[in-house]
Design a protein around this ligand. Structure first.
Ligand code: MN
Ligand code: MN
Length: 463
């Protein structure tokens, strides 16, 4: 054999996905990314993503699961978990005792949540106090256009939905930063301290009501919110109002090959697994699609992946088809579909380039996440990695390897460990992201498209 032949047969040589993308795939990719961008424009919170998924699922023939119902192969059901997360399934022709093929993504993203008593006035400017949600670099959230999304549960039990800052006719909201002229002290601080949590106060207005007494600007804002949403100050306690970057998903670059949006992590994988699920008709194995909440703060709480809502849903599926839950879990496979850090040449020193995902190299498979000696990671087995590699290979999915930065540089986690704790074989894979957790994150269209193909391959695989 020549050296060239040896190199070809023995060494792995990752290639940019564009080198193998067919003309037909390119057209599909562009169409897919238009649909994805529309989803992103409509969904900035887990609640909005859940509403969107319920509406689209019902159009596709999915029905809300009812305990005690009988299910047949080909049936499509979903569980709306209190408007904050959703699990969907297409029943397969094989028994659930043989396991399910699961894709699990999350639809919450880092942001600024309002405190329970948020409204105040200082120096005749009205503000909301916030508490950030998830891992953000606080300085990135100042001096950018912001929108407010969420719900308010009023004293009479009625719920009002809030979404303001996205339409051209809407006002936006704003967190100020210090002018450079006076920032001599601030500029000497670390990036972690330059803007602190208690400075993430959102500007709401400045015009005082006519009259006497204190806080006339605050009173004006409360009056406007009362007229628009029928709420009083006490209603903030029973509200979930959240401040997110305003604006739409946009193409990036002269070649338009990238997409910038708020919250690609992890709605980019959520959309991929949802659209792939909608294309299934009569799969052999039952396909389950999870859009979880609270991943950014540890998958805790009733809508997070550690909640028993998933087990209850799967128990309902097993009861409806005469299977056993523990047998089902034991034979299931889960793709923990979450984003990875795309290699960024601006910060090359933070990554091991040989083991990092890269823009346009396809869906990124991550054997382990965690930090400091894989702490907190699920760490997929050789067999699990073999299964995913074979599945993607046979389906023609362009894939690559991912790890989360250099050893001891930092780390993170996904829902993978909570799926694996249930005795479900689980592997992480997803879309590489530039500037993850920034107000605007960037992904490549090719990687988005390949991740959808990857989810579809997982649903259809033998296991
Ligand atoms: Mn994520
Ligand atoms: Mn994240």
């Amino acid at each position: 054999m020549t050296t060239e032949e040896l190199r070809e047969s023995l060494l792995s040589a990752p290639k940019n996905g564009y080198t193998t993308l067919t003309a037909e795939q390119r057209t599909e990719m562009q169409d897919y990314c238009k649909r994805y961008a529309a989803f992103m424009d409509a969904c900035k919170t887990e609640r909005e993503a859940t509403i969107w998924a319920v509406r689209e699922a019902e159009k596709q023939g999915f029905k809300a699961i009812v305990p005690g119902m009988k299910l047949q192969p080909g049936d499509k059901v979903y569980k709306d978990n209190r408007g904050k997360s959703i699990i969907l399934a297409v029943i397969g022709s094989e028994s659930l005792n043989c396991g399910a093929n699961i894709c699990a993504a999350h639809v919450d993203s880092p942001r600024m949540d309002l405190k329970p008593n948020p409204l105040y006035e200082d120096s005749e400017i009205a503000y909301f106090k916030t508490h950030y949600y998830g891992g953000i670099k606080k300085y990135q959230w100042t001096a950018i256009p912001l929108a407010i999304h969420g719900v308010v549960y009023r004293a009479d039990g009625s719920i009002v939905t809030v979404s303001i800052g996205e339409e051209d006719k809407d006002p936006i909201f704003y967190v100020s930063d210090l002018l450079p002229h006076l920032a001599a002290d601030q500029m000497k601080k670390t990036l972690a301290e330059g803007i602190v949590g208690e400075q993430l106060n959102v500007i709401l207005g400045s015009e005082p009501l006519e009259g006497e007494g204190a806080d006339l600007v605050k009173l004006h804002i409360m009056k406007l919110m009362n007229e628009k949403y029928g709420m009083i100050e006490k209603d903030f306690l029973s509200a979930e109002l959240t401040v997110v970057p305003a604006g739409k998903c946009r193409e990036v670059g002269f070649d338009r090959s990238l997409l910038a949006a708020y919250g690609h992590d992890d709605r980019v994988c959520a959309y991929a697994e949802l659209e792939a699920l909608f294309e299934l008709e009569n799969p052999a194995r039952t396909a389950v699609c999870i859009l979880a909440d609270k991943e950014e703060i540890g998958s805790v709480g009733i809508s997070g992946m550690q909640s028993q809502v998933f087990d209850t849903f799967m128990q309902d599926l097993c009861d409806a088809t005469g299977a056993r839950l523990n047998r089902c879990f034991e034979n299931s496979f889960c793709l923990s579909a979450d984003v990875s850090n795309a290699f960024d040449p601006n910060f090359a020193e933070t990554c091991d380039k040989r083991n990092n995902s890269q823009i346009n190299y396809g869906v990124a498979i991550c054997k382990y996440t965690g930090s400091r000696g894989k702490g907190g990671a699920s760490d997929a087995s050789a067999e699990a990695m073999g299964h995913i590699r074979k599945t993607f290979g046979e389906a023609g999915v362009t894939w690559q390897i991912a790890t989360l930065g250099k050893v001891d540089q930092g780390g993170g986690g996904t829902v993978a460990a909570y799926m694996a704790n249930r005795n479900i074989v689980t592997v992480d894979a997803g879309v590489p992201v530039l500037a993850m957790h920034a107000p605007l994150e960037v992904v490549s269209k090719l990687d988005c498209y390949m991740t959808k193909q990857a989810c579809k391959a997982v649903y259809l695989a033998d296991y």
